[in-house]
Design a binder for this molecule. Structure first.
Ligand SMILES: C[S@@+](CC[C@H](N)C(=O)[O-])C[C@H]1O[C@@H](n2cnc3c(N)ncnc32)[C@H](O)[C@@H]1O
Length: 226
């Protein structure tokens, strides 16, 4: 049974991020090497490109190195803003995608009434970033995404299908903590956050490193319900 956590407020569930930030600072330079094939992500990016008006404003939330998504969206002529917890990721992304603007921040800081405000967006992409949160925070992060979007705004995300909560895994010589849902539970959490799922694809993905097992990746293309 999943906890959809609608009533919870951020302050009561927020966890210390130091471990995650340090791990991604250390992983940054090798991340793209470990995950070289990103067809699913690029296809979801293409859906955004085909669905948005010219010059739309798009946020890449947990942007990592900015490759492929921030770059793909900037190349398509959108106004791209990227945000990531890891200072090293932000540094790499700023170098790889000079046409976009990047911010180092915790996505929780963008919550309604939170300490950071980047304005509103026509679309938000969150590829493999919400899975870095404990489950108790995921509905709150989705509520934040909804708040960041204009009415009818688009949201693309990917998760790994797994029934785990704040689970420590070895990752490129570091330890990161991840959460996931089985597909039906993921659908429920997304719908409860006020999104309609327009398109869904899944892939079995074998990363190009040995300490990461094959995973089932789920890509969802969604629209904010008003
Ligand atoms: C698995 S990587 C995915 C990066 C990129 N979206 C991609 O698909 O290549 C997850 C990213 O989320 C970032 N992240 C983790 N927790 C975050 C948080 N609370 N706020 C913002 N970014 C976060 C990490 O620093 C990392 O760059």
């Amino acid at each position: 049974m999943i906890n959809s956590n609608h009533g919870a407020d951020y302050e009561s569930v927020l966890r210390d991020r130091k471990g995650q930030a340090e791990a991604f600072d250390a992983i940054g330079d090798r991340y793209d090497e470990a995950f070289p094939h990103k067809e699913g992500q690029v296809t979801a990016g293409d859906w955004l490109i085909g669905s948005l008006r010219e010059g739309a404003r798009v946020l890449d939330l947990g942007c990592g190195t900015g490759v492929p998504t921030a770059r793909q969206l900037a190349d398509a002529g959108f106004e791209v803003v990227g945000a990531d917890l890891s200072a090293r990721m932000v540094e790499l992304a700023s170098g790889y995608v000079p046409g976009a603007t990047f911010h180092q921040l915790d996505l929780a800081d963008l919550r309604p009434g939170g300490p950071r405000d980047l304005g509103r967006f026509d679309a938000v992409a969150a590829f493999f970033s919400l899975l870095m949160l404990p489950r108790a925070e995921i509905p709150l992060a989705l509520r934040t995404v909804r708040h960041l979007l204009v009415p009818g705004g688009l949201f693309v995300l990917s998760m790994v299908e797994a029934d785990v909560d704040d689970f420590a895994i070895p990752f490129l010589g570091n330890t990161i903590r991840v959460s996931g849902y089985l597909k039906e539970d993921l659908h429920k959490v997304i719908a409860e956050a006020g999104f309609e799922i327009v398109k869904e694809t899944s892939y079995t993905y074998a990363p190009a490193v040995t300490d990461v097992p094959p995973e089932e990746q789920v890509f969802l293309c969604c629209r904010r319900c008003d």
